[in-house]
Ligand binder design. Structure first.
Ligand code: FAD
Length: 374
């Protein structure tokens, strides 16, 4: 892990405790979760009991969250870290920022206690990088609420979620609309009539429970609009910066795990009577990765500190997410290369890391989009 000088002794103690908790609650089960494609429901309450689901999203308290996110990454299971990251941060951040006291009581507090699982439903078949192409719509219902119809794709925690934070067009079709104007964030209960969810088998992130979610005339009461009606864009700008910070911190932890594996392997594996690391070609690639991990990790802490002061800007969040996830891809590639055929075995940890990094540079903003933004 990076040796950031701004970590206090309490931060390091917290990190050690988190590592131990994840070692108990996650690592012994994660392979099975990858098989079944979702986390055991019991883990959510267990994480909450360890006070790891309700850490701060804002202020100085966020620094503990940043440590948790890095340690989740360091478990080496991108599916697990995505599932927890979406629940505890990416989806619930909108409730934390824009929820009414009533919405917080019904959704956010139970989520923090591990009683209700959250998912974030933004992406659609035609609307991934370009959210102006959203098709999921809400029309007024007779009782003054909304009826939502449409299809969301690639939704983590999809089958197990108790509710979705969904982006839906709410403005009347006939009104002039440009880009994402006229969309709202809605809280949609997953057990409401008209909600269907189907698992999507992904290349990586297999325990993240990625699903297709269909809404067919789903009744959503008016008081489930999260934030300002028709103003989702304004809320998303803030939420997406936070999402990129979270994704970057998870990726930095993932790189730490990958480097630990690689380091151990190049010392153990012998070629021509010397360990692999005795070859300069190997050592220099490892050194490059270690150096870049240090740089990106420090930048991530800079971003986390800015966020904790309410000063995170889009550019910093974007640069960090881009660099952290691309470094994770490079590290996984080098790791696989130096493991040789062992790393190509489907069931190997190295193959999983390699598969998992593919989605890292796509989800939460594809690298090309991020470069455009920068
Ligand atoms: C494992 C996984 C989990 C996910 N979880 C969720 C979730 O929980 N909730 C949710 O709402 N979404 C989720 N997503 C969806 C994710 O946010 C989208 O995949 C992402 O926004 C990109 O959209 P897209 O896949 O439709 O790709 P597109 O928008 O079709 O883009 C395809 C490719 O085009 C390129 N591209 C995009 N923009 C530009 C540009 N400006 N210039 C040049 N090239 C460009 C990029 O290479 C990009 O990968 C998940 C995705 C994955 C893979």
């Amino acid at each position: 892990m990076t040796s950031a000088s701004w970590h206090t002794a309490q931060h390091e103690e917290f990190r050690i405790r988190v590592r131990e908790v994840l070692g108990d609650l996650v690592l012994p089960h994660a392979d099975r979760w990858e098989e079944q494609s979702y986390l055991d429901p019991a883990v959510w309450k267990a994480l909450a009991e360890e006070e790891l689901l309700g850490l701060g999203h804002r202020g100085e308290a966020f620094l503990e969250s940043a440590l948790l996110l890095e340690e989740l990454g360091r478990t080496g299971y991108a599916g697990v870290r995505a599932s927890i990251g979406v629940h505890a941060y990416m989806a619930t951040s909108y409730l934390d920022l824009f929820g009414t006291p009533g919405q917080k009581e019904v959704y956010l507090e139970p989520a923090r206690r591990g009683e209700r699982l959250a998912a974030l439903a933004i992406t659609e078949a035609e609307a991934g990088s370009d959210l102006s192409r959203l098709r999921t719509r809400a029309r007024p219902s007779a009782d003054g609420g909304l009826l939502v119809s449409g299809e969301k794709l690639h939704i983590a925690n999809g089958s197990q979620a108790s509710f979705f934070v969904a982006v839906v067009k709410t403005r009347d079709e006939s009104a002039p609309a440009r880009g994402l104007t006229g969309a709202s964030l809605l809280l949609i209960d997953a057990d409401a009539p008209g909600v269907q969810r189907t698992g999507q088998k992904m290349l990586g992130w297999r325990s993240a429970d990625v699903c297709r979610v269909v809404f067919e005339d789903v009744a959503v009461p008016e008081d489930r609009v999260l934030g300002r009606r028709d103003q989702a864009l304004v809320h998303l700008i803030r939420g997406l910066d936070f999402e990129r910070l979270v994704a970057g911190l998870l990726a930095v932890g993932g790189v730490a795990h990958c480097l630990e594996l690689l380091n151990e392997h190049v010392r153990r594996r012998r070629i021509k009577d010397t360990p692999l690391y005795a070859h300069q070609a190997v050592r220099h690639q490892l050194a490059e990765l270690v150096a870049d991990h240090e740089l990106v990790g420090q930048y991530g802490w800079h971003a986390a500190l800015l966020h904790s002061r309410g000063e995170l800007d889009s550019r910093t969040a974007t640069v960090f997410k881009l660099k952290a996830t691309e470094l994770a891809s490079r590290a996984a590639h080098v790791c696989l290369q130096f493991h040789g055929a062992q790393g190509c075995l489907d069931e190997s940890t190295v193959a999983r890391l390699y598969r998992d990094t593919a989605a890292g540079t796509i989800a939460a903003g594809a690298s090309e989009l991020l470069r455009d933004l920068i």
